[in-house]
Design a binder for this molecule. Structure first.
Ligand code: DAH
Length: 335
């Protein structure tokens, strides 16, 4: 039987030599190691052998079986490696490539510009406490300024943040002064929807705190951000405004790029679009963040990221941005 088994090994080796594909090897494997194989016949005959025969043939059969299996495995490995080498990476592959949402693209561009000016990007929670969204920002309960923002109050006593300004307090608490942060994020207000209003929109908050910071610095940063983003000089207009967390407060408008400043429904026929709320950080806000207003001053700004995106891509209906209409949204790309 020893001779016959050795012969099996030789025959298997010969057959494997001619195999080029995995399937061919598997056929050979089943022929030599499968249920109907010669080897299997020998294995099932063990039970009819005498104890002496068993003692000799049992280990021998096992050893041959292992040898055959090893030869098959080795051949399979060679073929699999060969298939990887044979893979033609010049063949065209059809892959559906996704695209970034236009708001994501503009948020990245603006934060990249701010990062180059030394800002660190931070983020805060969308479900916020009344303290961070209002009180620490110098908007106590019953303050009339709460009416400026139609708030979603949640059953658990929290709010959906109405503004990214909550990041100001988190950042002061986390990092102290001096400070230079920006925070893009989603915000929520109970607005009636139309071409210019959404209940879910995006802002980018900015805050700089240091010794001797002035409104000049704020204007420089704003002009730089808008000109770099639009890759041309953008004309801006500064108006006195009111925000409880800044004193003095300013609204910064930019010329409407949808109509070129001649007037259209998007800019309410004024030629300008309100884009940024800003001002010098109110001493109460610095105090809430644990910073001494005698020692430090700061400015802060909140850019309407959704509006900015509409300007950048000349989108005249805000609702498409939350529509999830991929055919529309996938046409934008980072330039
Ligand atoms: N949070 C304000 C809003 O949503 C915008 C704003 C105004 C942000 C003045 C600021 C600021 O940081 O200083 O209307």
């Amino acid at each position: 039987m020893k001779e016959q088994l050795k012969d099996l090994v030789n025959k298997l080796q010969m057959e494997l030599k001619n195999c080029e594909k995995e399937a061919e090897v598997l056929n050979v494997k089943s022929k030599y190691l499968g249920k109907k194989s010669e080897l299997n016949n020998y294995l099932s005959s063990i039970k009819d052998m005498t104890p002496e025969e068993k003692k000799i043939n049992g280990p021998l059969l096992n050893q041959i079986k292992k040898e055959l299996e090893k030869l098959v495995d080795e051949k399979l490995e060679v073929i699999n490696n060969q298939e990887i080498l044979d893979f033609d990476d010049t063949l065209p592959v059809e892959v559906e490539i996704g695209s970034l949402h236009p708001i994501t693209i503009v948020a990245k561009e603006v934060t990249d510009i701010l990062k180059r000016m030394g800002f660190t990007v931070v983020s805060g929670p969308e479900m916020e406490s009344d303290y961070y969204n209002f009180e620490a920002l110098n908007v106590p309960k019953d303050h009339p300024a709460r009416d400026m923002q139609d708030t979603y109050y949640l059953d658990n006593g929290m709010v959906l943040r109405t503004q990214t300004s909550d990041n100001q307090i988190h950042a002061m608490e986390n990092y102290g002064a001096p400070l230079r942060i920006c925070a893009p994020g989603r915000t929520f207000r109970n607005e009636d929807l139309d071409a210019n209003h959404e209940n879910t929109f995006f802002q980018i908050e900015g805050m700089v705190i240091d010794k001797g910071v002035s409104i000049e610095n704020l204007l420089y940063v704003m002009k730089n951000v808008l000109s770099e983003l639009f890759k041309k000089e953008v004309s801006v207009r500064l108006r006195p405004g009111y925000f409880p967390f800044t004193e003095p407060s300013y609204e910064i408008d930019m010329s409407c790029l949808i109509c070129g400043g001649t007037g259209c429904p998007t800019c309410k026929h004024s030629g300008y679009i309100e884009m940024v709320g800003s001002g010098m950080v109110h001493p109460n806000v610095l105090k809430a963040g644990g910073i001494d207003p005698e020692e430090y001053t700061g400015f802060a700004f909140g850019i309407g990221l959704t509006r900015l995106t509409m300007m950048k891509y000349k989108i005249n209906d805000i609702r498409v941005l939350n529509s999830g209409d991929i055919r529309y949204l996938k046409q934008f790309n980072i330039d």
